[in-house]
Design a protein. Structure first.
Length: 578
């Protein structure tokens, strides 16, 4: 329980005035809460002694009313301050988590499931909110209220009766502490199961059309049902432990009340305390039901919060395997690969081997090869999204490790194979590349990407919603919006990673012609399976198993006897590749 308080101490210390006020208001509320039982006990004694007058009755009722109003006002303020603080820590952690998601390299996402990350950003954050809000309320209120009542019972009535009546309390604390530790472990397990289930939901929604086309609805439903049952079983293990708290509290309170009445009767008979004091004592004892029950909930809430906070902190503590210690800026966009060898952090073999290549500013490089030959891996070295391999990658005369990552990427325009679009309008997706672009710049990017004709056929034009991940668009339309988004930046280096595969030959040629004319003097890299897209390139390289096996111009490679020549014959002459 106190582990969680220690972990969020950074937030409590930064808001110490808030929590000091909360404690002050709580103490005032506790003092106000102990007044009514005292009035009840003394009123009973006054009645027994025949000393109660109308004026006393009026004064007692006025005090009662004042206490009730005062307790309401004070309770409102400490509750407001505490829950506002809980929402703020949730907001802070959510912002930190999102920033971490944006900064972590692809290596992190290769080993993490989207569903689990979403669970951390939703369920776990809500649990932290609950622990920081309701949990701390319970901690402060139950402990201060319990201590206040015990002291009042001891000082104003009888320490002997207080001691014997509260004997069962330590047993309750020991049992609840052990239950809390068990809840911590099982809550972590249930949250992990929720993450797996969450991931399955994402897969089902994203692949619903594929599922239907293969008539796998029943199989997917059964698989999801099994995941749901697994989560339910793990969640119910937590709830079964949680269910022990209330009965335990009732048993302990009942035992305390039984001791109180038994031993209290003896003290009344012996004249140690009055009947009114015994009634006051038992009212206080009944008031202890809340703090004792709250202590049980406290172990539960805090341990859940502790488990969820650890899951969030594990992400926040992740170190980026890509160190950005560069300070130089790129001016010239020429680059040299000098015997570069690279292996993915999670890979067990080299994806690139001894790559040596030089490309000057303003030249176009075509990269072709079989599927899995290392084409996309090649350009990812320029994007600086993975740790550098061996050898040297020199851009503008500076090793890439010494270049500022953000400034380097500002020079690049990258269109990936995935063609990721946001669930926004066409305009917003294109403007994502350059939020401050003018209308003229946007329309020019649309023209260069050959999307202008498609745009005219869209019902809302630029304000047409593309749907989640561009679900309402064809593959070719998604590619051209992605190209427009990159071209609007007017990047010094444009990288097209198989970005023309879904367009027809005529549209492809139109886009290539536009790029050639509009990007004169700027560097372009085109990765493709269709050789027609790189006929105009100044240099073409053929990759195989991460190595450059051929290089030259289209004419030089076509006249050769290698892979490029065979593919060219196959696609252009209709012959079979050897």
């Amino acid at each position: 329980m106190f582990n969680y308080i220690r972990k969020i101490s950074w937030y409590i210390l930064s808001n110490k005035k808030r929590y000091a006020l909360i404690v002050l208001f709580l103490l005032i509320a506790n003092i106000l809460d102990i007044i009514p039982p005292q009035l009840i006990g003394r009123t009973i004694d006054l009645i027994n002694n025949g000393e109660l007058t109308k004026e006393m009755t009026r004064n007692i009722l006025l005090i009662f009313a004042g206490v009730i109003v005062g307790a309401y006002i004070v309770s409102y303020w400490w509750g407001y301050l505490l829950f506002e603080g809980a929402i703020k820590i949730e907001s802070i952690l959510r912002s930190r988590l999102m920033r971490k998601f944006l900064l972590l390299s692809p290596s992190f996402y290769e080993k993490s499931k989207t569903g689990d990350l979403m669970a951390k950003a939703t369920n776990d954050l809500r649990t932290v909110n609950m622990a920081t809000g309701f949990g701390i309320i319970t901690l402060l209120d139950s402990t201060t209220f319990l201590l206040t009542i015990v002291l009042v019972m001891g000082f104003t009535i009888s320490w002997q009766l207080t001691f014997f009546a509260l004997l069962p309390l330590p047993l309750l604390a020991i049992i609840e502490s052990r239950l809390g530790k068990m809840i911590n472990k099982r809550h972590k397990s249930s949250q992990e199961a929720f993450g797996v289930m969450n991931d399955a939901v994402l897969e089902v929604v994203e692949g619903v059309r594929l599922t239907r086309s293969y008539v796998q609805e029943d199989a997917e439903n059964k698989r999801f049902h099994n995941l749901t049952e697994n989560y339910l079983k793990k969640f119910m293990k937590v709830e079964k432990l949680d269910a022990f708290f209330q009965p335990l509290t009732i048993i302990v309170v009942s035992a305390s009340i039984a001791i109180s009445f038994s031993y209290g009767a003896v003290l009344v008979n012996n004249g140690v305390i009055t009947v009114g004091e015994l009634i006051t004592f038992n009212v206080y004892l009944n008031m202890l039901i809340w703090p004792m029950f709250a202590l049980g909930m406290l172990f539960n809430i805090m341990e859940r919060g502790n488990a969820s906070y650890d899951r969030i902190q594990n992400v926040l503590d992740e170190t980026d395997d890509l160190k950005d210690c560069g300070k130089y800026t790129v001016h010239d966009t020429s680059f040299n690969f000098n015997e570069v060898t690279f292996k993915y952090p999670t890979g067990n073999r080299n994806s690139l081997e001894n790559i040596t290549l030089e490309l000057n500013k303003g030249e176009t490089l075509g990269i072709v090869g079989k599927t899995g030959s290392g084409k996309s891996t090649f350009i990812k070295q320029l994007l600086k999204i993975y740790p550098e391999g061996t050898g040297d990658l020199i851009i503008d005369g500076v090793n890439i490790s010494q270049l500022d990552r953000k400034k380097l990427r500002d020079k690049l325009g990258y269109v990936s194979q995935e063609n990721i679009l946001f669930s926004r309008t066409v305009r917003e997706n294109i403007m994502f590349g350059k939020p401050d672009a003018t209308e003229e710049e946007m329309m020019e990017a649309i023209r260069l990407s050959a999307f202008d004709e498609d745009l005219k056929r869209m019902p809302e034009g630029l304000d047409t919603l593309v749907g989640e991940k561009g679900v309402s668009l064809s593959g070719g339309q998604k590619q051209r919006i992605s190209i427009a988004r990159s071209l609007i930046r007017k990047p010094d280096i444009l990288i097209l990673d198989d970005a023309l595969s879904a367009v027809d030959a005529r549209t492809e040629q139109r886009i290539i012609d536009h790029i050639k004319n509009a990007r004169e003097g700027k560097t372009t890299i085109i990765i493709t399976h269709r050789l027609s897209a790189v006929h105009h390139a100044d240099k073409i390289i053929v990759l195989e198993d991460g190595r450059i096996v051929e290089s030259g111009t289209h004419r030089e490679l076509s006249d050769g006897i290698g892979w490029y020549s065979k593919q060219n014959d196959y696609f252009l002459k209709g012959g079979e590749p050897e």
